[in-house]
Design a protein around this ligand. Structure first.
Ligand SMILES: C[S@@+](CC[C@H](N)C(=O)[O-])C[C@H]1O[C@@H](n2cnc3c(N)ncnc32)[C@H](O)[C@@H]1O
Length: 200
């Protein structure tokens, strides 16, 4: 199942999409940096973020879900019971939702087109693949995460100093490690969690 799932994304993957974007794609949308993890990378960070959240069973929000690979992996691997992604580039959101439908994962996973900063996170765990997020996005996201009481832990690729500058106060660094992207880049991941009882 996981092999079929990732093959689906490889066939309609980032390089192919960026090299030959569908008609009407704005150039900035086609060129916007897109990184995804390998299947084992997702499994690793999902295990770690659930542990930091102190949850065995919970749901995930992918903040900037791109073509939907992480959302699909989250539910297909049963790491999470449900997953939701937000994606601001309309064609990517469309491609992600179509992938979930093709893979028959749309009962447990969905993608909403729009700015993730405009939505409260209602899941215990989140993924923020924020390698390319700028300061303004990070500040808006920090404010949103701080005001999402259900959120217990999230995966990020930004170090604590960047989150502190962005205004993050109630989440603490729990763990870091290295993972590989599907494009063979290596990234440091950071798991942040809210202390139990911390009120926002
Ligand atoms: C690295 S890519 C997505 C990778 C995806 N999380 C995965 O693991 O498969 C980051 C995505 O975030 C999206 N993005 C950036 N800022 C956003 C915002 N404010 N709201 C929603 N999506 C955003 C970008 O368009 C891009 O598709």
């Amino acid at each position: 199942m996981m092999h079929r799932l990732h093959a689906r994304f490889d066939r309609h993957g980032v390089d192919e999409w960026a090299a030959k974007p569908p008609a009407g794609t704005a150039p900035e949308a086609a060129c916007h940096m897109m990184s995804e993890l390998t299947p084992s990378g997702y499994s690793l960070v999902f295990t770690r973020v659930k542990r930091a959240a102190r949850k065995r069973t919970c749901a995930l929000t992918d903040l900037g879900c791109g073509l939907g690979r992480a959302v699909a992996h989250a539910v297909a691997s049963n790491a999470f019971v449900r997953a939701r992604g937000y994606e601001s580039v309309p064609l990517r959101a469309l491609a992600a939702q179509s992938a979930l439908t093709d893979l028959r994962l749309d009962g447990r996973a969905c993608v909403t087109e729009g700015n993730f900063c405009e939505h409260q996170v209602t899941t215990a765990c989140a993924l923020s693949f924020d390698v390319a997020f700028d300061r303004l996005t990070l500040a808006a996201l920090a404010a949103r995460l701080e005001t999402s009481p259900a959120l217990r832990a999230f995966v990020s690729f930004k170090p604590p100093r960047r989150w502190r500058e962005a205004g993050m106060r109630s989440f603490e660094l729990k763990e870091t490690g290295r993972v590989q992207s599907s494009g063979e880049e290596r990234f440091t991941y950071y798991i942040y969690a809210k202390e139990p009882g911390h009120s926002v």
